[in-house]
Structures are given as C-alpha cells and as structure tokens.
Design a protein around this ligand. Sequence first.
Ligand SMILES: [Mg+2]
Length: 175
Amino acid sequence: MALLYPDWWFEHITRIPVEFFKERGIRLLVLDVDNTLTTHNNPTPAPGVMEWLSRMKAAGIKLTILSNNHAERVEPFARLLGLPFVAGAAKPLPLGLKRACTQFGCTPAQTALIGDQLFTDILCGNLLPGVCSVLVTMQEPEHSWFFRQKRRLERPILRRFARQHPRQIIGETHL
Ligand SMILES: [Mg+2]
C-alpha cells in the first residue's frame, strides 16, 4: 500500500506554499496536467494556477510538465504556462520522471511529483526513491467508464490513508 500512498495530500495545487518546498530542499516540480492544473482536457488553467506558477518561478523552483495525455492536448497548455513538457509519459513508469531529474540537474530528493491520481502520478513518484509524491484532490470527476473505475479503486485507499496519516493532509479532501 505504501507505494500508493502520497507523501502529502493537498486540497489544491495553489494551496502549496513556496516554503513547503524550500523547507524540504525541493528544487524541481514535475507537474501533472489534467485535474491537477485544470480540469480534464480544459485548455484554461484553474484560477490561481498562473499566480502560483509565478511564485514558484520567482523562488527559483524549476517546473516541468509530465502528462500521460497526448501532445495535441498537452503542448498548447504547456506553451500557455511557459513550461517545458513531456506528453504520453506512461506514468506510473518512472522513466520520464528520472529523465526530468537528469535534465534539470536535480536529484530525486530535490524533486516533487504533483498529481491527482494514485495509480499513475503517486505510484510514479514513489517508484523513484527520494521523490516527494504530492497528491492534489481532483478538481472535477471524469465521466468515462475507465476513469470511474480507477476513482472507485482509489477511494478505499484514500480513506485508509486519511485515517492513518491525517497530519499529511492539508485542506479539505472531500472523502
Ligand atoms: Mg491527472
């Protein structure tokens, strides 16, 4: 179960302060897109995301996008945010994450992966030892059958995590 547990769980990405990363020596943020920076397939970032990215950049934190979605979706979004990206990343395989660390000259311990899904984002972060895995509450439930099954499987794991690690949850998690 530990591989599916995030190190931290925040209500929303914009609720994570710069100090959270500074205190932990984290210099690189590897970001999911759908249901993390905006809702699924939405071309517009969620309210507050652009300002949050600016705060991170101003603090000298490096940012990159790692998404399993296809390039046609990810590329224009990444361009709007002014961030480098990898699409079709095949998370939870940690290859893209490992490459991001190398590319930005950061060790896994200096890196945080932030995303909304346990079976892709959090597992990916946990498969590269040292990386800080940060879950953010999904912004809007997906409608496809496949996604609904994934969310159904996530729920009991999240409930158990919340019971066992309440101090690693910041904000309201809507369980
Ligand atoms: Mg996502």
